[in-house]
Design a protein around this ligand. Structure first.
Ligand SMILES: C[S@@+](CC[C@H](N)C(=O)[O-])C[C@H]1O[C@@H](n2cnc3c(N)ncnc32)[C@H](O)[C@@H]1O
Length: 607
C-alpha cells in the first residue's frame, strides 16, 4: 500500500539537535489538500497570569513560550471566539510536525475545510445530552494544502504566515529568507528568458560573459550584503542556469537534498499514514481512529512524537477579570480562588499519577485513539532512531530539560497487540485512573439526567444543518430567537465602497459598503470573519440568497452596513465560553502512561 506521509530525519537534523521532519510519500499538485484531516483543540486564555508566585513564574513562562512554537492562530480554524482573551489553536498531525524553513514553504492551511464543516454523523445527537459532550473537540476537518507542486520524497515546510515572518525579521537578519529566494527566482526567470532568446547568437564563452554581466548588474542594483547573498543564490554558469530551471528554480536547485527517494524514506523513515478518522464505534466517545490497512501483531501502527507540558496545572482555568491600571493599560487577573475547569487539551494528554508532566501526541490521527479495556494496540517507548529518540532524557528531572535550546525527543510507538483488520477501530488501554474517572463521570451524568432530562441546548452546528439551503431569518423585531441561544452569525467579509451614484449611507446614517469577496469557497479565511447582524435578505432559491448585514470593521467603533453578502459567506458560531467544551463538569482526565514505562526521575509527585 502507498504511504502518503513519512516521518524521517529532517533537512535540519543536527547531532546536537536531532530534528525529524515530515515528507511527502507521493506527488501533490499545487492546491491539493493533504491527507488525514485533523482535529483542532482550542487553548483558551492560557497565560502566565495564572501563576503569580515568583518561584513558579519562570517555569510557567518557559512552558508557554515552548507551546507558542507549537500552536497556530485560532482564526485558521475559526475558533477566535471560544474565549474573550487569547485563544490559540493546537492541531496535531501535518501542522505540528512539518518544520519551518526560513527560505521556503510548500504547504499552508486550507481554512474553509474547518470553517464550513458539516456535522459528522453520530458524534453527538442534536438536542440530546451525552456524557461525552464537551469532552472532545468539535473542531475537525482541519487540513493543509500544497502551496506548490510537491514531488514525492520532498520534506514539507509549513507557511507560518506573513505576520509571523514579519515578527521574525530580526531573527532572520543573518539568514536567507523567503523574500531573498523570491527575488532570486525573479532574476533567474529573466536570465532564462534572455538566454533562450539569444542562445543562437551567443557562442561559447560569450554566453558566460553575458551571464556574468547580468549577475554583476543585478547585484550592483541591489547592493551591499544583500546583493552578495542574492548572487550566491543564483547559478553562475549557463549550464547551471539550465539545470536550475529544470530543477524548478533557484531554491529547488540549491536544495536538492530536500527531496529524498522513496527507497530512502522506506529505509530511514516511518509511515504516518495508516490511520483514518471516523465516528467511534463506542457510544459517547466522539471520533475515533481506524486502521487503513491490516496489521500483524507487533507491527508499528504509528510513531508518536510527543510534546511535553512540564506542569499539569498550566491547563487549569480560572475566572478572569479585566482591570485598567493607572496608565490606562488593560490587564487580566486570574482568580485562583475560582477555578472553572481545565483545558480540553488535558483529555488528549498522556500523564502519570506520580508526575506533573504531561505529553501530547503530534503525529497524524493518533489523538483520535480511544480507550477500551481490551485494546488491540499499546504504546511503548520508541527505540527507532528514525525519529530521533533520546533515552538519556529518562534519567533527567523534566524541570531541568533545556527546552529553550533543544526540543526534547520523546517518542512512543503505537504497536498492534494482535492482528488487526483494515477498517477496525484502534484502541489502547487508558489505564485504571482514567477508567475510574469515566465511571464517576457517568454517575454524575445520571444525576444530570434526573434533574434536567435527556435534553441539550441547540448548538450552532445544529442550525448550520438547518440553514444550509434555506434562508436565514432576518426579522429585526425578532419575537422569537431564530438561532440557538448560544450562537451568533459571522460573515466572511471583504468589502469595497459602493458604486458612484448609489447611496453611501443608510437611514441610520451608517456608511454602506459592498461585499466583494472572497469569491470562491476555497479562499475563505478565518481572518476575514467578522461578527455580523443579518438585516434583510434578497433573492430566492434559484438565484441564491444575499443579505444586507451590519458589522464593525476591525479596530473601528462604527457600525457599518454591508450589502450583497451571499448565503455561503455566513456562518453560525458559538459565543465565547458557550460551546460544549466550556460546560461546567464536562469530563476531564489525562490518559495514563503504563507504570512500568514511566521513568523514576520524572515522578515529582511521589509521596
Ligand atoms: C484522546 S481523546 C480521543 C479522541 C476523541 N474521541 C475525539 O473525538 O476527539 C480522549 C477522549 O475521548 C473520549 N473517549 C475515549 N475513549 C472512550 C471510551 N471508551 N468511552 C467514552 N469516551 C471515550 C473521552 O472523551 C476522552 O476524554
Amino acid at each position: 500500500e502507498t504511504c502518503r506521509l513519512y516521518i524521517a530525519k529532517s533537512h535540519f537534523y543536527r547531532d546536537d539537535n536531532p530534528k525529524f521532519g515530515l515528507f511527502a510519500g507521493v506527488d501533490f499538485q499545487q492546491n491539493e489538500t493533504l491527507p488525514n484531516p485533523e482535529i483542532g483543540i482550542p487553548l483558551v486564555d492560557i497565560a502566565v497570569g495564572n501563576y503569580v508566585d515568583q518561584d513558579k513564574f519562570e517555569l510557567y513562562n518557559a512552558i508557554i513560550q515552548f507551546l507558542e512554537g507549537k500552536v497556530w492562530m485560532s482564526s485558521f480554524a475559526g475558533m477566535q471566539w471560544e474565549g474573550n482573551h487569547t485563544t490559540t489553536l493546537f492541531s496535531p498531525g501535518v501542522a505540528t510536525i512539518a518544520n519551518h524553513h526560513s527560505g521556503y514553504y510548500n504547504i499552508d492551511w486550507f481554512q474553509p475545510g474547518v470553517l464550513l464543516r458539516e456535522r459528522q454523523d453520530g458524534v453527538v445527537e442534536e438536542g440530546k445530552a451525552s456524557p461525552g459532550r464537551g469532552a472532545f473537540t468539535n473542531y475537525y476537518n482541519l487540513t493543509m494544502r500544497a502551496a506548490q507542486n510537491i514531488p514525492a520524497g520532498m520534506e514539507l515546510f509549513a507557511n507560518l504566515g506573513d505576520v509571523f515572518d514579519d515578527d521574525r525579521e530580526d531573527l532572520y537578519q543573518d539568514r536567507i529568507t523567503r523574500l531573498d529566494y523570491n527575488e532570486a527566482e525573479d532574476i533567474l526567470a529573466k536570465i532564462a528568458t534572455f538566454m533562450n532568446k539569444y542562445e543562437k547568437e551567443m557562442k561559447g564563452s560569450f554566453q558566460q560573459d553575458v551571464l556574468d554581466f547580468i549577475l554583476d548588474t543585478m547585484v550592483e542594483e541591489v547592493g551591499g550584503k544583500r546583493g552578495k547573498v542574492l548572487r550566491s543564490l543564483l547559478p553562475q554558469t549557463p549550464a547551471k542556469v539550465r539545470k536550475a530551471i529544470e530543477a524548478g528554480g533557484a531554491f529547488m536547485y540549491r536544495n536538492q537534498d530536500l527531496v529524498k527517494s522513496i527507497e530512502w524514506l522506506e529505509t530511514h523513515g516511518l509511515c504516518v499514514d495508516y490511520l483514518r478518522s471516523g465516528t467511534s464505534t463506542i457510544p459517547h466517545a466522539g471520533r475515533g481512529a481506524f486502521a487503513s490497512r491490516s496489521f500483524k501483531e507487533g507491527d508499528v501502527i504509528a510513531p508518536m512524537p510527543m510534546i511535553p507540558i512540564l506542569a499539569e496545572d498550566i491547563l487549569d482555568m480560572f475566572m478572569i477579570t479585566e482591570y485598567t491600571n493607572e496608565d490606562g493599560q488593560v490587564g487580566l487577573t486570574y482568580d485562583r480562588e475560582r477555578p472553572i475547569g481545565q483545558q480540553l487539551l488535558l483529555n488528549y494528554a498522556f500523564g502519570h499519577a506520580e508526575s506533573s508532566l504531561l505529553m501530547v501526541p503530534t503525529s497524524p490521527m493518533v489523538n483520535l485513539i480511544n480507550h477500551a479495556p481490551y485494546p488491540n494496540a499499546r504504546i511503548l517507548w520508541s527505540s527507532h532512531d528514525h525519529v530521533g529518540f533520546d533515552h538519556g532524557i529518562h534519567d533527567i528531572d523534566f524541570r531541568e530539560w533545556n527546552m529553550a535550546e533543544v526540543d526534547p525527543q520523546l517518542v512512543f510507538l503505537l504497536i498492534a497487540d494482535r492482528d488487526i483488520q483494515e477498517g477496525e477501530e484502534i484502541f489502547i488501554d487508558y489505564g485504571p485512573s482514567w477508567e475510574n474517572a469515566w465511571q464517576e463521570h457517568l454517575i454524575r451524568f445520571d444525576e444530570y439526567l434526573d434533574i434536567s432530562g435527556d435534553v441539550w441546548p441547540r448548538r450552532s452546528e445544529d442550525a448550520r444543518v438547518e440553514f444550509k439551503n434555506k434562508p436565514y431569518p432576518t426579522d429585526i423585531k425578532r419575537k422569537q430567537i431564530p438561532y440557538p441561544p448560544s450562537s451568533f452569525t459571522a460573515c466572511f467579509l471583504e468589502t469595497d465602497t459602493v458604486a458612484d451614484g448609489e447611496p453611501k449611507d443608510n437611514a441610520e446614517g451608517q456608511e454602506i459598503f459592498q461585499w466583494i469577496g472572497p469569491n470562491s469557497y476555497e479562499d475563505f479565511e478565518g481572518q476575514s470573519l467578522m461578527v455580523c447582524d443579518l438585516q434583510s435578505t434578497q433573492g430566492d432559491e434559484t438565484s441564491g440568497y444575499t443579505y444586507t448585514v451590519l458589522t464593525r470593521f476591525k479596530g473601528s467603533p462604527d457600525i457599518v452596513e454591508v450589502k450583497g453578502v451571499p448565503h455561503s459567506a455566513i456562518i453560525l458560531l458559538e459565543k465565547p465560553y458557550m460551546s460544549d467544551m466550556h460546560t461546567f463538569g464536562a469530563f476531564r482526565h489525562w490518559i495514563e502512561i503504563p507504570d512500568e514505562m514511566f521513568p523514576q526521575a520524572w515522578r515529582d509527585l511521589r509521596p
